[in-house]
Design a protein around this ligand. Structure first.
Ligand code: GLN
Length: 283
């Protein structure tokens, strides 16, 4: 049997909602055959070659197992830039694009020194460097495999970011590390008990080390980031973090306790407390 667009729709019906299936069809055919939307309408019955059929069948099987389409294709987009993704890095989320935009709103046209902690695919520093070409951008991760992916993404997007390996819970910086204007981070923030509400495509495929914190330490990484920020942010520096919507008030309290000023929460497009900002001093 040769596969066609119709075959995909039929095989995935009942596994995913209709709109999601159309999203897969669009991505798959754009990736495999460079088809645009009109091609999809015209060619729904087109019989694919035996090789293409094999490829499509493998992809459909993986989708049936709930593997994210971004991992299957090995690529995604963030801030209109292409990124390679694999199971060592989280798939960049639209909420994180909002975090990047928040930084850009304040730093457009300037050349800040920025560090992203827990960079994963490198989507934050690479998109920042793309929009702030004069900025001095650093990014670290605890995972060597994630750093390899981030480095590949910096090459793919022709951007210069200084990557290094670091565990924020035991920070050790490269020599001559500069004072920072911005400390950005999207650390793990989903508590273990929130796992129950998560989809199998996240739970079974995305790296758990990038997602979860113990129930009794929901602010584990934010505490470490705050201490790090105290040491390494310049007098006028600021921090921008993505947060768990349930811990907005707790993050505000933490930052105030640590002596930060101008603490502000920001909601994401879904109306959830998703980002927090603070400065070192009152000026
Ligand atoms: N927003 C992500 C999710 O819900 C979690 C990201 C994170 O833990 N930093 O899957």
């Amino acid at each position: 049997m040769q596969a066609s667009i119709k075959y995909i729709r039929k095989e995935l019906a009942g596994v995913y909602p209709k709109e999601e299936i159309e999203g897969f069809v669009r991505l798959l055919f754009q990736h495999l055959k460079n088809y645009q939307l009109t091609d999809l309408l015209m060619k729904a019955d087109e019989q694919l070659s035996p090789e293409e059929t094999e490829q499509i069948k493998t992809i459909v099987d993986r989708l049936k197992q709930h593997e994210p389409v971004q991992y299957i294709l090995g690529e995604t987009e963030f801030f209109d830039l292409p990124f390679q993704v694999n199971q060592h890095v989280l798939i960049p989320r639209p909420e994180t694009e909002e975090l990047v935009q928040w930084i850009l709103n304040q730093y457009a046209g300037t050349s800040p020194t920025i560090l992203d902690v827990g960079t994963g695919s490198g989507c934050i520093p690479i998109s920042l460097k793309h929009k702030l070409p004069e900025a001095n951008i650093w990014a670290c991760d605890i995972s060597e495999k994630a750093l390899e992916t981030a480095q590949a993404n910096a090459r793919l997007n022709d951007t210069e970011v200084h990557f290094f390996e670091m565990d924020i819970l035991h920070p050790q910086l490269p020599e001559a590390f500069p004072a920072l204007n911005v400390l950005v981070s999207n650390p793990p923030y989903v508590t273990e008990s929130e796992k129950e509400q998560m989809h199998p495509n996240v739970l079974e495929f995305e790296p758990s080390g990038a997602l979860f914190v113990p129930d009794h330490q929901p602010l584990l990484f934010y505490r470490a980031l705050a201490d790090f920020a105290k040491k390494h942010l310049s007098q006028t520096g600021s921090l921008f973090w993505e947060i768990n919507e349930a811990y907005g008030e707790a993050c505000i309290a933490l930052l105030k306790e640590k002596g930060f000023s101008n603490v502000q929460l920001k909601k994401d497009i879904n109306g959830k407390d998703r980002m927090i900002f603070a400065t070192c001093s009152t000026i």
